[in-house]
Design a protein around this ligand. Structure first.
Ligand code: HEM
Length: 355
């Protein structure tokens, strides 16, 4: 695949000791998987194990894309590529789509983080990765920022998970105690705020939701980008009923795609690298930078339960490092993702007799 790369000068600044922390997190991720999938159970993804379904799609660069945005995947106005999308829940374990929390007799709805993986294939361009040449993956969640700022904070989280999972309150309290010890209590507050906001974000159906890349990427040699997708036309405002089925998101996805074609607008925020871009901290949003539309994802009517599609869905591998060099992932959380996604896919693809 790809070796860890040297930092992008003028964009990234790598804290001392980060490579060792990344190696530890990748190792702990495999231990977590071994803890979760004992007794011959099939190994699933380290995060986002529950798929609502996959769908075939087409990714088309806007014919009228502005000159200065014709970079990487977006270089050729009007070009269309085959793509596949996978909709998922981020939760580490497969469970109901909504898990209500009852505290002091009061029920609070916990919506959970939702994911969309987009794999654009057959690109006539060189890729960073050798395992899937001509592919650009875009991984997104339904919130514009990620709760854990950098590699060091993510290490505290992973260590806490290994001891306390599946007790989420225990994980958070151990994570908070470690960050307070590291003099980073302010980031505990921020992580809690972002996590609470995610839990309050209701998803009516996976196709009626906005998704965000959250982390930064290069946009050619001298700019950085974040990206997001929105349903087009925009989804109607509705709310969830008081009670929903445990797998209502899969049912909603299947129903919508049996009945109609759908589309998402793909937009980018592009800026020069600078301190304000906060490349090393994914808890910071780029509120001052406008989104500019660059492409459309068209998802035609289809049966997501068709055997070929459903079986392919589980074996697909999405990583932000399936990327053209022009969109190379940058920042600590993305440097971490290079090793951790590889560790996760290698573990889940190992043959059962070797478990
Ligand atoms: C910017 C923040 C992030 C976003 C938007 C994001 C999004 C996603 C999405 C959508 C998937 C599911 C892809 C699929 O459908 O197969 C995924 C998978 C995964 N993510 Fe992330 N993620 C982020 C950060 C992280 C971090 C910090 C880690 C841990 C280091 C992580 C670890 C994983 C792993 C292990 C998988 C499964 C890999 C596999 O076995 O295929 N993610 N992520």
């Amino acid at each position: 695949m790809i070796e860890p790369l040297t930092p992008v000068i003028g964009v990234e600044s790598v804290p001392e000791g980060e490579a060792e922390q990344i190696a530890e997190i990748a190792e702990l991720m495999v231990k977590l998987l071994e803890q979760r999938y004992r007794d011959g159970k099939p190994f699933l993804r380290g995060v986002h194990p529950k798929a609502h379904g996959c769908a075939r799609a087409t990714f088309t660069v806007n014919a009228d894309i502005r000159d200065e945005l014709r970079v990487g995947v977006f270089a050729s106005p009007g070009a269309s590529y085959e793509a596949v999308v996978r909709f998922s829940n981020a939760a580490a374990l497969v469970g109901p789509d909504i898990q209500d929390m009852v505290k002091d007799g009061v029920k609070t709805r916990q919506n959970g983080s939702r994911g969309m993986g987009l794999k654009v294939q057959g690109l006539p361009y060189a890729s960073l990765a050798t395992d899937e040449p001509g592919t650009q993956d875009f991984l997104m969640v339904n919130f514009p920022v990620f709760p854990f700022a950098n590699v060091s904070d993510y290490l505290a989280l992973t260590r806490a998970q290994l001891t306390f999972e599946p007790d989420n309150a225990g994980v958070f309290s151990a994570f908070g105690a470690q960050l307070a010890k590291n003099g980073a209590a302010v980031r505990v507050k921020r992580a809690l705020e972002i996590s609470a906001a995610i839990q309050q974000t209701a998803t009516i159906d996976p196709l009626a939701t906005e998704y965000f890349g959250a982390a930064p990427f290069l946009f050619g040699p001298d700019r950085v980008m974040k990206f997001a997708v929105r349903p087009t036309p925009p989804a109607a405002e509705t709310s969830l009923p008081d009670s929903v089925d445990d797998h209502y998101l899969r049912a909603a996805l299947a129903k919508r795609l049996r009945e109609a074609d759908v589309a998402f607008d793909f937009a980018v925020q592009v800026r020069a690298p600078s301190l304000e871009a906060e490349v090393e901290d994914v808890t910071k949003a780029w509120d001052s930078v406008a989104y500019q539309s660059v492409a459309t994802i068209a998802i035609p009517t289809q049966d997501i339960d068709a055997p070929d599609l459903a079986s392919r869905c589980e074996s697909l591998f999405f990583t932000p490092w399936h990327s053209l060099p022009e969109h190379r992932p940058v920042g600590g959380i993305n440097r971490l993702r290079l090793a951790v996604y590889r560790a996760s896919v290698d573990r889940r693809r190992r043959l059962p007799e070797l478990h």
